[in-house]
Design a protein around this ligand. Structure first.
Ligand code: ASP
Length: 324
């Protein structure tokens, strides 16, 4: 039995009724434009642009996603990524990031402080160590050894916001664009090889030492070059509880479209969090891309968007959502 047929035949559950499915026949391959890049939130537009230039300059998909998300890491006005990220409740900016390539090679850093570009450190963890993730002081020491500069990432603006937060010290992350803007980028190149990157300063006002979904391969980001890729933004704990991005990819493997797969995982998150205290402020969003170049975004609540770049498009897309 051919692999394609096997995938179709093992297509499970309710999604089995879909007509969209994962179907790599020749007409579909022509229909969907590659290369193609999608990234979470508004800052995805600028990040996509740089990733696209890198790709067109022949730098390869991995460098493209790395350089793309660095745009957000470098921007002090992006308050959830890199320099200027909102700190934890002790006033420390702590960063999480991961990167993954078409061969399932991956690297990550978590709880990294004073290094502006965690995504590049994550890439070096992947390329220069036998490990997947370095954390905290160990990640910092590794970055310094590799020539990264130590710098203060707490900008005056973020410090001001933190001091204001301390007055009430109420941990209730604000949903959507105001607060959850991890950048996750997924890229399919002209050979239909897939790459991904994800970087964040995590939830503002978190407990010192907290690590979210974003540096965890399978939670904040996952790809399988035979199937597609997915990435998450939003409340990391909810994404980890459901192995979010890996699950989206597995559901696509069973035949679901990117949209169907994102929806299925958001539904699971919704079900298991309905009676939890964080339900009130819970937001999660996924983006997904399959081997055809089909893409989608879907979130629990209204307000999530993602940026698309390909030969014809450079635009924001409002994601579908479950709850208004
Ligand atoms: N997923 C990130 C985290 O929980 C937050 C975000 O997407 O803004 O750390």
């Amino acid at each position: 039995m051919s692999r394609r047929k096997f995938i179709t035949n093992t297509f499970l559950g309710s999604i089995a009724t879909s007509s969209i499915g994962f179907n790599l026949n020749d007409s579909n391959l022509k229909k969907f434009s590659v290369p193609r890049i999608i990234s979470t939130w508004n800052h995805g537009l600028g990040a996509n642009k740089v990733a696209w230039t890198n790709l067109k300059d022949g730098k390869g998909g991995l460098t493209a996603v790395e350089q793309g998300v660095r745009v957000s890491e470098d921007d002090p006005n992006e308050r959830s990524v890199g320099l200027g990220g909102l700190p934890d409740r002790k006033g420390n900016v702590t960063l999480d990031a991961c990167i993954m390539d078409k061969n399932n090679d991956c690297g990550a850093v978590s709880f990294l402080q004073n290094i502006k570009n965690p995504i590049s450190v994550a890439r070096l963890v992947m390329e220069k160590t036998p490990h997947v993730m370095l954390t905290g002081k160990g990640a910092y020491d590794f970055a310094i050894e590799q020539g990264f500069k130590s710098e203060n990432l707490l900008t005056e603006k973020s410090k001001e916001d933190w001091l204001k937060w301390l007055e009430k010290s109420n941990y209730k992350p604000t949903i959507n664009i105001e607060n959850h803007d991890t950048i996750s980028m997924l890229l399919i190149d002209s050979n239909r090889d897939i790459f991904g990157a994800c970087t964040t300063s995590g939830a503002a006002w978190k407990i010192h030492g907290r690590v979210g979904d974003s540096p965890i391969i399978g939670a904040g980001l996952f790809l399988d070059n035979d199937v597609g890729a997915a990435a998450a933004t939003g409340l990391g704990e909810a994404v980890i509880r459901t192995a979010g991005s890996a699950m989206v990819v597995e559901i696509m493997r069973q035949g679901a479209s990117p949209l169907e797969a994102c929806k299925e995982v958001v539904n699971r998150i919704s079900k298991i969090h309905r009676n939890r205290p964080e339900w009130e402020y819970l937001q999660v969003g996924f983006i997904a891309l399959n081997k055809n170049g089909e893409h989608a975004g879907y979130s629990l609540k209204k307000g999530f968007n993602y940026a698309l770049k390909d030969d014809e498009n450079e635009k924001m897309i409002d994601a579908n959502f479950k709850i208004k």
